[in-house]
Design a protein around this ligand. Sequence first.
Ligand SMILES: [Zn+2]
Length: 552
Amino acid sequence: MRALAFTLLASSLLACGGDTPPPAGPIDYTVIGYDYAFDIETRAAATAVDVRVDTGGDCLSMPLRAGQIADVTLDDEPVSGTLEGNILTVCGAGWEDGSEITLRGTLEIPDETWGDSQVGYSVTDDLEGQPFYYLVSWVGGCDRFGPCDSAPDRFAHYHFTVHHPSGYKALCPGTVTAGDTETTCDFTFAGGPTYSGFGVAASPSWTTDDLGDWGGVHATLYDIPSTGIADAIDTSYHADYLAWMIDQFGPYPYGDEIRFFTGPTYWNGFEHPGNIALADTLVGQSSRYANPLAHTINHEMTHMWAGDQTTLSGTYDFVWKEAMAEYLTYVFDDQRDPAIAAKTASAWKYFAGGAAYYPVPMDDPRPALLDYYGDAYGPGPMVLFHQLERLYSRDDVMAALAMLLGTERSIGVDDVKTALETTTGADLTNYFNAWVYGSGKPAWPRFSVQALDAGGGDYNVLVAQLDPQNGLYGCAFAVELTGDNPGESDEVWVDMGPDGKTSQMVTASPGFSVTGWTFDPHADCLAYEGPVAAPAAAQPRINPWVARRSRR
Ligand SMILES: [Zn+2]
């Protein structure tokens, strides 16, 4: 408020002095914070957006998809605005560089979501037939609720005031102050991107469970007892994971508290900063992950660093945050229980088989995030990290991640490539062009295998990429040679380098007569044996992050 008073004074002095007219034209600005109040039942909202003027002017334009806004003031002066193409423009007295002004208004949150997702505002019955209220902005979506700078790379502070019926609990990022019918959340940490920071949930059903100390962070679960989640959480496993993440990437970015809440969510989980959503279906659901609840909790905690603290430069950088959340969960499991990690890698490869888009889709026009993001979870961790740890080393990949994470900033897929090139010493241009960027349904490479008897017990194993004229794909993987007798198994390692090769021959001395083989038995590469399967045998497209209840 002090800055506001100063600005008003400065403006009036300028007006009186008359020597310099106030700046005119569009204002360039940075949003410092959102103070957002709403009623979860009526959806009536009041917003105050604190803006720092970077380049002075008299007109402020900000994305607004929530519809009409009333009672608009700028710097506490009533102003009229125009809303065109989902951009609100309001003009006032004119403000100098460096001044701070507040845009206020009232509106009604639209009762709508993006497609069948929960992006937007929704009320869904929980397992006990009670309403679960959820406000989720997602990438580029905070203008669904009011004027908001919705560019993915923006950070802000947040203050939410949630009006709710007596006895309900409400959760949002930051320090929660719970009252009977009003709950506030105050988020003042440095790294609060709008995609996850602008998020509120409320429920009459939650009971709280103290999950103890996780690496110096106090963990609490807001659960609906019938989910079975409270009993299923292995607290020491997750405490170790959070401590491991802190060890790898620096302090937990959101103070000394991490909260989880359960509900009928569209996704298995979502990474609101310090305030993680978990689907109520995670216990006992069939899954290609060894333990979907445990996997989801670690995945979402990874996002506290990868996604929240360090966020996306742009919408089409979405893949790196999911790839990191999957890969780091996998690395931790691989150090403790390789069978769990092996199942994760094999799940990624399965999901990738049905992907309809490349990790960074270059289609023209480029697809909407809701249409392609689900294809990031399998191919993303494979091509960005797992294949490269097999071509180079895990230490190289982890060192690249340590270069990228731990600070409040935005990064893109190109930054991930540069960091990996730095730590591996490789030129990954061809590799990224083959695996990461592309249009249409990905055509992951297919290979032929021959095991030729070279005499003297040796075999020449020849692996050749089919259709090399369509581009070579670099990666490294095993071929497991097998014989007719129990225990006859020997692996050869096929390294196609980062640029790929038309063929590679490896000599093996397995000590038995080779009668067959298994191609890539450890899911080290999105490489497949033989020509493309007939359409009827093609893998279905799977979005592994859509909760069971939301699948059709
Ligand atoms: Zn994720």
